[in-house]
Ligand binder design. Structure first.
Ligand code: 6R9
Length: 708
């Protein structure tokens, strides 16, 4: 190991790509447990033949056929306005009908959702499909009364409570485009997204539990409305669900005329039925904001037909959901994972989906096991960050519990093989299959994964492309790096698929330039083969065809599976009056994967002080949310810059991670590198943030961080 590291650290970045890859250790295979395969939805390898390139795009009708259509589609894939793909065009359906109404015929009394409140003395709430139908209809009636109609946008800023899927499905029923903002995001962040989407209504909740405390969430609504107003967007109504109907749990007062309690509004709509709208498959279902290279978040617009078909199909074959399963995904519905694999996919298949309000380790590390045991969870879905945390605080996993998962998922970040093995052995008791699913907010559903009943698993690799997905690794010039080349490059998807987002809300040029321009040679082409989708991740493909994802190649930091744009972090820091320049970099963290560190330089006349550090940290929490709170803020005399004046983030990233700064000959001010290193690293040592050896993938990311 040590000499491998020497080998890579003294390389310049050009040749190190190849060298690093060559040194990657091949991991052994784990066959799927026979018991799993025997019951799997996909157990015959012949399924692959139905999804080969020559059968594209018609192969995806197998997914669309899982849904109920009011009118069948005319065209499977319309490429006439490439790369704005239209899936199942001419078809008509309703997502709310597919996730709720149609299950009433077969199993009205089955639990659609089981909600687990964080306080253990509060009982679980099982919400049957029948009850979900009633609640969705009543809330749809509320939205309708407000004058909202198909195509309008509403912003939801809701925690992990059943009201969130209810609100999503009520909006979907009417064709209102919902944009759920992660509840942990600040009011200001919600406000930017309200403004960007042009929402006139905000749906929120008074409070919710996190780590034993009721958070006042309503206060964020006031901040959000103000932030949106600063950008010229007026919010007319704030609909406030109460965590305990009839009792207000927030300290922040309601605003007369603007804020209304939803439980009050619902009283007038008891038992009301709102017909599900007949909507075009190509109409938008929702927006999900994510970070990118510039400060403005991207509202990824997902379609009704293509998206729902894709999440239903992948839930069936990759989550292996059967009618009697109890499925628990610990992600937050505020992220794409929750949209696709807590709400839309599982409910489209008519399964029981568990929703947990709180933090996984509250009040202790065995909480997830108690929940799983009590509810008989047999499919378990979480992120490497949670797995690392559980491994640390509960090294034996659910040993003492009578829990037998058949299937487990890891998603959101690369998982270290060590951590994967712990998940397999301790959590899955070597009985459960694991899928490491690689995908993105933009992609709607899984892109890379093993087929759980068929393919052997390989720790640290997501596996091959999912059914009907044709990934490839390209170098900067677009030349394909074949499987087994040992070279890392950019992972692309050569073909469109039904789950792919339709555009960036209000930014169609950015949609094309960010995701398609890089490898397109003919902007006029309507042949999908000319439009590889650029995912923004580095990856390497082993000889067996399995992909190993190395992380983002753009200026995005993946903290605990959540994407934070460096520009967003930096603009927040720059709102502090004393700050002249700011640069955000990722630091490898044993639990959260990456955490953020911010470097700032001050305007002339100001001296470094703990107050300024606190202001920077506060500005970031206010603008984005606690999840973005930097681990350290370093006030430095100057930033390392190129001759054209760009901050070289990879140099400070290396400093923060105690790795080699690499080639600095192109710097305009190479002398600052040593000064910063001395300052930062001695301070880190004093705080006990000792350097640790980084894995090859971690080194790769730090070395190539930030565009120059
Ligand atoms: C679903 C989701 C997307 C980015 C993606 C990649 C990273 C996701 C991964 C993974 C390695 C996996 N990522 N899954 N990296 N292995 N199984 O996470 O969406 O929040 O948009 O993040 O996350 O870098 O590009 P999103």
């Amino acid at each position: 190991m040590a000499d491998e590291l020497d080998d890579v650290t003294d390389e310049t970045s050009e040749s190190s790509e190849a060298r690093i890859a060559v040194h990657w250790r091949e991991e052994g295979y784990y066959p799927p447990p026979a018991k799993f395969t025997a019951q799997a939805n996909a157990s015959d390898p012949a399924i692959r033949e139905q999804f080969t390139e020559d059968k594209f795009p018609d192969c995806f009708t197998a997914y669309a056929d899982l849904l109920t259509w009011f009118k069948p589609w005319d065209t499977v894939l319309d490429t006439s306005n490439a790369p704005f793909w239209k899936w199942f065009s001419g078809g008509e359906l309703n997502a709310s009908y597919n996730c709720v109404d149609r299950h009433l015929e077969t199993h009205p009394n089955k639990a659609a959702l089981i909600w687990v409140p964080e306080p253990e003395n509060e009982v679980h709430q099982a919400i049957t499909y029948r009850e979900l139908y009633v609640r969705v209809n009543e809330f749809a009636a509320v939205l309708k009364e407000l004058g909202l109609k198909a195509g309008d946008r509403i912003t939801l800023h809701l925690p992990m409570v059943p009201e969130l899927p209810v609100a999503m499905l009520a909006a979907a029923r009417l064709g209102i485009v919902h944009s759920q903002v992660f509840a942990g995001f600040s009011g200001t962040a919600a406000g930017h997204r309200i403004a960007d989407s042009g929402s006139t209504v905000l749906v929120t909740m008074d409070g919710y539990y996190r780590s034993g405390e009721v958070l006042d969430h309503k206060v964020k609504a006031d901040e959000a409305v103000e932030a949106a107003a600063r950008e010229g967007q007026q919010v007319d109504k704030v609909l406030v669900f109460r965590r305990y109907p009839g009792r207000y749990s927030a300290k922040t007062p309601m605003v007369e005329g603007r804020d209304v309690f939803v439980d009050d509004l619902l009283a007038a709509h008891r038992g009301e039925i709102v017909e599900p709208a007949r909507l075009q498959a190509t109409d938008p279902l929702f927006l999900m904001y994510t970070s990118g290279t510039t400060g403005r978040p991207k509202g990824c617009q997902h379609s009704i037909g293509g998206y729902l078909a894709y999440v239903a199909g992948t839930s069936k074959y990759y989550q292996d959901i059967h009618p009697d399963d109890t499925y628990w995904c610990l992600a937050d519905i505020g992220w794409i994972t929750g949209h696709s694999y807590i709400v839309y996919g599982p409910l489209a298949l008519g399964t029981t989906s568990v929703i947990y309000e709180g933090t996984p380790n509250y009040p202790d590390a065995a909480r997830p096991w108690r929940i799983a045991h009590q509810l008989g969870v047999n499919i378990f879905h979480t992120s490497p960050t949670t797995i690392r945390m559980l491994r640390k605080v509960s090294p034996d996993g659910p040993k003492e519990f009578d829990i037998h998962f058949k299937h487990m998922t890891t998603v959101g970040e690369p998982i270290e093989p060590e951590v994967w093995r712990w998940y397999f052995e301790k959590v899955g008791k070597a009985e459960a299959v694991i899928v490491d699913t690689w995908w993105q907010t933009e992609t709607g559903g899984f892109l890379g994964s093993t087929l759980p009943g068929i393919d052997p698993m390989k720790p640290g690799s997501c596996g091959p492309g999912a059914l009907g997905i044709l990934p490839a690794i390209l170098d900067e010039d677009g030349t394909e790096l074949p499987a087994g080349s040992g070279k890392a490059g950019n992972i692309v998807i050569r073909n469109p698929w039904p789950g792919v987002f339709q555009t960036i809300w209000g930014q169609p040029e950015r949609f094309v330039s960010t995701y398609y321009a890089k490898y397109n040679t003919d902007p006029k082409s309507t042949d999908w083969r000319d439009w590889p989708y650029f995912a923004g991740d580095g990856a390497v493909q082993a000889a067996d065809g399995y992909f190993r994802i190395l992380g983002r190649v753009d200026d995005v930091i993946n903290v605990a599976g959540h994407r934070l744009g460096t520009k967003e972090l930096e603009s927040a820091a720059l709102t502090v009056n004393e700050v002249a320049e700011a640069a955000a970099v990722p630091v490898v963290d044993d639990i959260r994967g990456r955490v953020v560190e911010i470097y700032v330089s001050l305007k002339p006349g100001f001296d470094p002080s703990p107050e300024i550090e606190a202001k920077v940290s506060g500005a970031i929490v206010t603008d984005i949310g606690k999840i973005a709170r930097p681990k350290n803020i370093w006030i430095v005399p100057d930033m390392p810059k190129t001759r054209s004046g760009k901050i070289m983030r990879r140099v400070i990233a290396a400093t923060s991670n105690f790795t080699d700064t690499g080639d600095i000959t192109t710097l305009a001010n190479p002398e600052v590198v040593d000064r910063i290193r001395e300052q930062v690293q001695s301070a880190k040592r004093a705080k006990g943030e000792a350097p640790r050896e980084l894995s090859e993938t971690e080194q790769h990311e730090i070395k190539s961080f930030g565009s120059e």
